[in-house]
Design a protein around this ligand. Structure first.
Ligand SMILES: [Zn+2]
Ligand SMILES: [Zn+2]
Length: 113
């Protein structure tokens, strides 16, 4: 192989590596930003919407206001799964839950839903 071609390949590989690195950083930044925006929308808009309140009430009524985990009086509704598109989760993915169990389910983190 020509001696000049090896440094060139190394240089190209280094450049490709830098671009790959930039892309990874950018992707994670975009991902985080979108996630943050989604969480904000979720907390500040969806959980305050009439649609959510209606759904929440349906779930509590279905479960007779009983916690589906321990049987205590439920005051909250918990998502067992989240829909990709906010607001489209079927009520089967929602359970009535008491404050104590809810805290446990979310390991003490924000647990509004
Ligand atoms: Zn409970
Ligand atoms: Zn929850």
């Amino acid at each position: 192989m020509d001696d000049r071609i090896i440094p060139l390949i190394l240089k190209l590989a280094a450049i490709a590596g830098i671009f790959a690195g930039i892309k990874i950083c950018l992707d994670s930044f975009i991902f985080k930003t979108l996630k943050k925006r989604r969480t904000k929308y979720y907390r500040e808009d969806y959980l305050k919407s009439d649609a959510w309140k209606a759904k929440r009430q349906i779930v509590l009524d279905r479960d007779n206001h009983r916690c589906r985990i321990c049987g205590a009086r439920a005051t909250q509704v918990h998502h067992t799964r989240y829909a990709r598109k906010i607001g489209t989760e079927p009520i089967e993915w929602l359970i009535s839950i008491c404050d104590r169990c809810h805290r446990k389910e979310h390991k003490g983190k924000n647990y509004e839903d």
